[in-house]
Ligand binder design. Structure first.
Ligand code: FAD
Length: 645
């Protein structure tokens, strides 16, 4: 496998400008002859499909849901970053780029991150033009709030529903192209393989989720925008249909998988309450603007709270430990997610946790309500408070919320070069599905920024550079033997799963895998634990293929079969995540190896050995994958120990 990041020459601030000045273009008449498949209709996929349609390409756009509008991006609550500096608090493109690199613990590719910061401002303009109802201040200007890892307010938001509003914007752009006949929508389709012909991605195999029919679709290029793989852990803040399957299929066809062990654990989620749960709920990071995080200072108070003898409001001010403000005075409650999550775990592990399980800390709005009034808090976070009350049955205006870290986002993903092209020519990856911009930890409100940057502003340029060499390639036929071979392999896999007829449901195995992942590949990882995890995952995988029971039939609506196919992939992806974590003998961002920490419990990087992206190559079933390295060079930024104190 050959890795070439294709980073343009020149100073980091000029790279994208230079790229755009020299890339190859496709003329309007030739665009009409070229087809592009976009898998996914979240912010990344919908933005890309709409843009390609507008440019004149013929687009085939796929999603699992019954409408593009139901992509998981709809769940995003808190906001989207851009360095507009409307609040005049000292923001700049450089600072957004710097904060993102530092937030990612110096494990992201510098050139990509600078480009992201650069195009972020265009995203806001684009979305405003689409009519996205961003919050505005009294004078009518766009409002901003703060998110973790930054000392400026650069987060644009639409109450607690930013993702939904942005997705409606992207969906309207997409619908316009559907109406014009430039985008053909394929809803309720699940991609089950990517088809490679003569070394180039030329199509996909998809299952029609209503009829069960296996379909072949061809194009000159394929874009994967299928979101993240947090659901490998079973319990996460991701929607139930989020999965790592499409990325995994690309990996098995030859695309490198970048940094699989980098997953984000979000500090402000509603704690786990029992075995019956299949999902966790995020309380947006925006709440940390006005909420203060604390636990009791005294163990006996924490114990009394756990057993119901004391309630939070009864703990006196001087007996509360605002541990983030104490440990990180410069950033306080707005430290990045990895730092906040670990600090909460540390307090709970030390015996200061609250809630029945002791695995929770408080997020308290009393001081803000007193300072600003209940109306202001309600206006800012009303829907989140309502959601919390519905789930927990406690009123957060009167009692502090209880929160605990949970799996939320995957920084790792399909490896892409500067053009967002994978190691398979013609196969591109965008949004959360790629590994690109967040290094070992993503800052809040940067995923929406990245997805829309990739879809609206990066791929429309870079895919042309690729397609300019395809103008003489006739329309790809699905009759090619490679399509038949891939289709048959998918059908055989489905038949095998249906025929097992074992004792246990798919969820039984996914939960087992999730348990191993959370315990051994979660917030604190050790060499011993990771080695055990690899063996345990292998054993669960073996058991799965012997004893899973997939009810229903192949050619009908069959959610159990959908889950089984994803679970089978997760059982392989989970192992790669553990391998990657075992290889990375350092702590950085969300990857915390307990053996590698500073005296005061912070992540300890080893830049001399691990300043690289790990890029894994598939070598065959039950064979050890091979790791390649993309070295990371920082030209503009001085690499340092992260400090939020
Ligand atoms: C609760 C929550 C709140 C969040 N809040 C914020 C926030 O405030 N700010 C922020 O920046 N980020 C936030 N994030 C992260 C952000 O929402 C996601 O990273 C981002 O929306 C992902 O967008 P995407 O387009 O890459 O993928 P998604 O929106 O996940 O879309 C994936 C698409 O791919 C399709 N798909 C998947 N697999 C297949 C397949 N095999 N075949 C066919 N189609 C497939 C799906 O149907 C869907 O259309 C939040 C995440 C969560 C979970």
């Amino acid at each position: 496998m050959k890795l070439d990041a294709k980073i343009p020459k020149g100073p980091v601030s000029q790279k994208w400008t230079n790229y755009k000045a020299h890339q190859n273009l496709v003329n309007p008449a030739n665009k009409l002859k070229l087809d592009v498949i976009v898998v996914g209709t979240g912010l990344a996929g919908a933005a890309a499909a709409a843009s390609f349609g507008e440019m004149g390409f013929n687009v085939l756009n796929f999603c699992i849901q019954d409408s593009p509008r139901r992509a998981h991006s709809i769940a995003a609550q808190g906001g989207i970053n851009a360095a507009k500096n409307y609040t005049n608090d000292g923001d700049s493109i450089y600072r957004l780029y710097y904060d993102t690199i530092k937030g990612g613990d110096y494990r992201a590719r510098e050139a990509n991150v600078y480009r992201l910061a650069e195009v972020a401002n265009d995203i806001i303009d684009q979305c405003v033009a689409q009519g996205v109802p961003f919050a505005r201040d009294y004078g009518g200007l766009l409002d901003n709030r703060s998110f973790g890892g930054a000392q400026v307010s650069r987060t644009f938001y639409a109450r607690g529903q930013t993702g939904q509003q942005l997705l409606l914007g992207a969906y309207s752009a997409l619908s316009r192209q559907v109406e014009k006949g430039k985008v053909k929508m394929f809803t309720r389709r699940e991609m089950l393989d990517v088809v490679v012909v003569n070394g180039k991605a030329r199509g996909i195999i998809a299952r029609n989720l209503i009829t069960g029919e296996i379909e072949k679709h061809a194009a000159h290029a394929v874009v994967i925008a299928t979101g993240g793989y947090g659901n490998v852990f079973f319990l996460s803040t991701n929607a139930m249909s989020c999965n790592g399957s499409a990325a995994w299929q690309c990996y098995k066809r030859g695309a490198a998988f970048g940094n699989p062990c980098y997953v984000q654990i979000h500090p402000t989620c509603i704690p786990v309450s029992g075995d019956y749960q299949s999902k966790l709920t995020l309380m947006s990071e925006s709440l940390r603007n006005d909420g203060r995080i604390w636990v009791p200072k005294k163990k006996e108070d924490a114990e009394a709270i756990r057993t119901g003898k004391l309630k939070a409001p009864q703990i006196k001010e001087e007996d509360r430990d605002y541990f983030l403000e104490r440990r990180y005075p410069a950033f306080g409650n707005l430290v990045p997610r990895d730092v906040a999550s670990r600090a909460a775990k540390e307090r709970c592990d030390a015996g200061y946790g609250v809630g029945e399980t002791g695995l929770a800390v408080y997020l308290d709005f009393a001081a803000s309500i007193q300072r600003l009034g209940k109306d202001v808090i309600e206006e800012r976070y009303g829907n989140l408070f309502q959601m919390y009350e519905k789930i927990v049955d406690e009123n957060p205006y009167n009692t502090p919320m209880m929160i605990y870290p949970a799996i939320h986002y995957s920084m790792g993903g399909i490896w892409v070069d500067y053009e967002l092209q994978t190691t398979i020519p013609g196969l591109f990856a965008a949004g959360e599905a790629n590994f690109s911009d967040h290094g070992a930890n993503r800052l809040g409100a940067s995923a929406l920024m990245q997805g829309l940057a990739d879809g609206y502003f990066v791929l429309p340029y870079t895919i042309q550079n690729y397609l300019s060499a395809e103008i003489r390639t006739p329309r790809i036929s699905t009759d090619l033997p490679e399509f038949e071979e891939a289709k048959k392999a998918v059908e055989d896999r489905i038949t095998k799963l249906i025929n097992i007829g074992g004792k246990h449901s798919v969820d039984y195995f996914q939960k087992k895998l999730g348990h191993i992942m959370w315990e051994k590949v979660g917030m604190g990882r050790t060499k011993e634990g990771l080695k055990q995890a690899i063996e345990e995952i292998k054993a669960v995988r073996k058991e799965f293929w012997k004893d899973v029971r997939v009810t229903g039939k192949t050619y009908e609506l069959n959610p159990e079969l959908e889950k089984a196919l994803r679970c089978a992939d997760h059982l392989e992806l989970g192992e790669l995540m553990a391998r990657d974590a075992l290889m990375r003998e350092e702590s950085c961002g969300g990857h915390f190896r307990e053996e590698h920490q500073t005296g005061d419990g912070e992540a300890l990087r080893h830049d001399d050995k691990f300043m690289f992206v790990s890029c894994w190559e598939y070598t065959g079933e039950d064979k050890e994958p091979v790791m390649h390295k993309e070295a990371l060079d920082y030209e503009e930024i001085v690499v340092a120990q992260r400090n939020y104190k």
